[in-house]
Design a protein around this ligand. Structure first.
Ligand code: HEM
Length: 416
């Protein structure tokens, strides 16, 4: 259980601030044996870590015994009225509201054209820059542009640039100590959140002031959230609409930007695979999701004393479905640190041991939209451009999500 109050945070941070984040889980396995279930104290709570495919699935799909259990910093930054803050009973209704417009063949087919209209000119613009750019920041700008189109039905470049900046300040606060005092990461994140709330509030007010959707714009998720009524005929409060939009704008661009960037870095390191990727994009995306482990764990909370695998998890404890350990398990994925897209020719792996989008009632609702966006991006990039990283072997920062410490400083070169 580690030290009083800070628990095992020190050894967790040491591992995740080094170049070998998996040393944290390997230490537990070496010390206590390969039981796949460990007792610890992390992010301010007594916690259980589960790290086998069976136990992760059990925790993620058993809504009776486990509720959403992210640290309070994540819930506060995600919003009390967003999917992260509301109780399970309300979660189901709100989740359907936001999932319907971004799932299913018809909805996704509609977005392909929009995504192409954003990705192609954005890549052309990057190519005209004569100095190295922070590729990761540019990917976030393009990702936010896509998700803003889906949500707000419009994209104003001026507000998108500020939004990327504020989300970049908010992000490190997600897994930080929730201390809202100047000088602390969380304080900066809360300040950035307030600015984002104001910007989204302005968008909602502006849309409400216009009677119909302006020419050239499509109905976005915002319009649908503003129109919807519950069984008793009541509309959603503005706070609900804003918190929902703020969370989805966030979840919808950070993740896809990370995945696109890692796919291109891995491919650059492996020229033969770059060639193959031009033919087989799907396998590349799946291997990137496995290897980069965008989220290293999913947080739940035990709602009752639960017995799993002969151990009792006490009521109130946090449970972490540590899926990074599954994706990096050499018994499941031989040479797990190697980027080997051809391992996905064995489709049997997918059903049981591959959970980059989570599992159960909280499974990522944006998974299909994300895959379409990443595919379109990679397609145009691989066929027309080259990424020249300035520090290809530089260090990686693993928290909150993995990225090169220099934000992937690079030149984008158009292929002849
Ligand atoms: C590569 C891209 C993405 C990855 C790897 C990813 C991953 C995930 C994972 C693992 C979860 C579940 C967390 C848990 O169970 O504790 C999740 C939830 C969520 N994701 Fe994604 N995501 C991606 C893209 C997107 C996109 C494009 C959107 C928006 C359109 C989105 C919106 C959401 C939302 C709203 C939730 C919360 C769902 C709920 O609590 O019911 N994500 N995502």
């Amino acid at each position: 259980m580690g030290w009083p109050f800070i628990g095992n945070m020190w050894s967790f941070l040491r591992a995740f601030n080094s170049q070998n984040p998996d040393s944290f889980i390997h230490n537990l396995i070496n010390k206590y044996g390969p039981t796949s279930i460990y007792k610890t104290h992390l992010f301010g709570s007594p916690s259980i870590i589960v790290c086998s495919p069976e136990l992760c699935r059990k925790v993620l799909t058993d809504d009776k015994h486990f509720s959403f259990g992210y640290p309070s910093s994540a819930i506060r930054l995600g919003g009390k009225k967003s999917l992260y803050g509301v109780p399970n009973s309300e979660h189901w209704r709100l989740r359907r509201l936001i999932s319907d417009p971004i799932n299913g063949h018809r909805a996704l087919a509609l977005y392909i054209g929009h995504i192409e209209d954003i990705v192609i000119p954005s890549l052309e613009e990057l190519d005209t820059m004569d100095r190295p750019i922070k590729f990761f920041t540019e990917m976030k700008r393009i990702g936010l542009k896509v998700i803003a189109q889906v949500l707000l039905g419009s994209t104003k470049d001026s507000i998108l640039t500020s939004m990327v900046e504020y989300y970049t300040e908010l992000f490190p606060g997600v897994l930080s100590m929730p201390i809202d005092v100047p000088g602390f990461v969380f304080h900066r994140a809360i300040k950035a959140r307030k600015k984002l709330v104001k910007m989204i509030e302005d968008e909602v007010d502006e849309r409400r002031a216009t009677t119909s959707v302006p020419a050239g714009m499509n109905k976005g998720m915002m319009d649908l959230l503003m129109e919807v009524k519950n069984e008793t005929g009541e509309k959603l409060e503005d706070e609900h609409i804003i918190d929902l939009l703020l969370l989805i704008l966030f979840a919808g661009h950070e993740t896809t930007a990370h995945t696109v960037m890692w796919a291109l870095i891995y491919l650059n390191q492996h020229p033969q695979m770059l060639q193959k990727a031009k033919e087989e994009q799907q396998e590349v995306i799946d291997e990137t999701l496995r290897r980069s482990n965008i989220a290293f764990t999913f947080f739940r909370k035990a709602e009752a004393d639960v017995n799993i695998k002969g151990y009792t998890i006490p009521k109130g404890w946090r449970v972490m479905a540590w899926h990074r350990a599954i994706h990096m398990d050499p018994n499941i994925y031989p040479n797990p640190k190697e980027f080997i897209p051809s391992r996905w020719e064995n489709q049997r792996l997918k059903g049981r041991t591959f959970i980059p989008f989570g599992a159960g009632s909280r499974t990522c609702p944006g998974a299909d939209l994300a895959k379409i966006q990443i595919s379109i991006f990679l397609h145009y990039f691989l066929l027309n451009y080259e990424l020249e990283q300035l520090n290809p072997n530089g260090p990686i920062s693993y928290l909150p999500l993995p990225r090169p410490a220099d934000d992937c400083l690079a030149r984008i070169i158009k292929l002849p």
